[in-house]
Design a protein around this ligand. Structure first.
Ligand SMILES: *[C@@H]1O[C@H](CO)[C@@H](O)[C@H](O)[C@H]1NC(C)=O
Length: 396
């Protein structure tokens, strides 16, 4: 290998890694890296510009084959439902679709069912934010995903709207953003909080699928889409300290989706199940209400344990996390909306969307040896890789 080839190889490796990021699947990443390596050995003897171009064409060609199908969006048809519309990603998605609904190229959704925990407040928000014309497409539906009856009632409302509207093309897609971010030390946070966390973030998905999939199956047209919100890079992501409840709920949810997808395939149910994996997104409730939620958690711990032991041991760590949340730049919530749009409208949706650089890098960290992976998770928030600096009084 000559000396001037080293920068070339470096550049090609970077391109390869960047392209590999387009895939959500680690197997494919490895395949891409392997193919790259082989191509490098094979093609470099044709040195000079030709060799370089050949390599790039070969790599890009391989990468783009599965993406060719996606240059055109489908025309919008039927209705969609968005859950968790009280704030953050859900709210932004409803506003985005309502505002772009009459795009002549993309068609329009008959109705956007905005499922909200606090329907009144959300109604007021949408009335304030959207024009009358845009508002015509939005119907706020009260929904508590932890409550069976509430889910059944919401499904009834959606079904009744579709039945009333005789020309309706049915329920095409569901985008689910509902979720709560609990945060606290694993050995003190009360089990009730774990239960609540799993009720919303995990069983909420189960209830939505069981209540709404039958409505989607009634469509005779293009197969529908169900979109779930995971976290970070998915189940292989490192789990940072103090997020045991939240990460458990997200991993549980993702396992549910993987099994569901296999079941849909085997029963020729053409509904696509997609996971959006956002990294740190701003602005969201987690960041805005971080301190409030943490104080509440300490209070619950204190009531349960009869002492402030949890806060004494972990208080500074939690404060550091809050500081990290406010300093970390995060990914703007509109990036999540874009992923949701692609998942709903592209001809072939991906099985998962990693939104944000942190989310894209997480699977690489996830492939590292366990000790190293955990060190990086710690240092990312509490140590040398953290925008908040190194936490004092704890081992990092
Ligand atoms: C459908 O029509 C029935 C009867 O007119 C009405 O009671 C119901 O509210 C309608 N559903 C929706 C969601 O508008």
């Amino acid at each position: 290998m000559t000396e001037e080839m080293v920068p070339k190889q470096f550049a090609i490796s970077l391109v390869c890694l960047a392209l590999a990021g387009a895939f959500d699947n680690h197997f494919w990443r490895l395949v891409v890296l392997y193919v790259h390596h082989q191509l490098w050995i094979l093609l470099v003897p044709t040195s000079g510009v030709v060799g370089l171009i050949l390599q790039v064409v070969a790599m890009v060609g391989i990468m783009w084959i599965p993406m060719f199908a996606n240059f055109n969006y489908r025309k919008r048809q039927g209705c969609i439902m968005v859950t968790g519309c009280d704030s953050g990603m859900g709210q932004a998605t409803v506003v985005h679709f309502a505002q772009t609904n009459d795009d002549s190229k993309k068609g329009s959704f008959e109705k956007i069912f905005a499922a909200c925990y606090n329907a009144q407040a959300s109604k007021e928000y949408f009335e304030k934010t959207l024009t009358k014309d845009q508002l015509r497409h939005v119907l706020v539906v009260p929904l508590d995903v932890t409550d069976d009856k509430s889910c059944k009632d919401a499904a009834k409302t959606v079904q009744s709207w579709i039945t009333n509207e005789t020309s309706s093309k049915g329920l095409y897609g569901i985008v689910q953003y509902h979720g709560v971010p609990f945060f606290g030390p694993a050995c003190y946070m009360p089990v009730e909080m774990y239960e609540r966390q799993l009720q919303v973030n995990f069983l909420g998905f189960v209830r939505i699928v069981q209540n709404f999939m039958p409505i989607m199956k009634k469509r005779s047209m293009t197969p529908g889409r169900i979109i779930f919100t995971g976290t970070g890079g998915g189940p292989c992501s490192p789990c940072p300290p103090l997020l045991s409840a939240y990460m458990s709920s997200k991993f549980a949810a993702e396992s549910f989706v993987h099994s569901l997808r296999a079941e849909c395939y085997m029963t020729r149910n053409e509904i696509s199940c997609v996971v959006i994996n956002p990294g740190f997104v701003k602005p969201t409730m987690l960041v805005e209400k971080g301190i409030e939620l943490t104080d509440k958690m300490w209070k619950i711990c204190e009531d349960k344990q009869g002492s402030t032991v949890a806060k004494d041991e972990y208080g500074e760590l939690a404060n550091h996390f809050t500081k990290y949340s406010s300093l970390q730049p995060g990914t703007h919530v509109s990036e999540v909306t874009k992923a949701a749009e692609h998942a709903l409208l592209s001809n072939v949706p991906r099985t998962s969307y990693k939104v944000g650089i942190d989310s894209k890098l997480a699977p690489f960290v996830g492939m590292m040896p366990t000790g190293m992976r955990e060190k990086i998770a710690i240092h990312g928030i509490y140590g040398i890789l953290s925008p908040a600096g190194t936490v004092k009084g704890y081992r990092v």
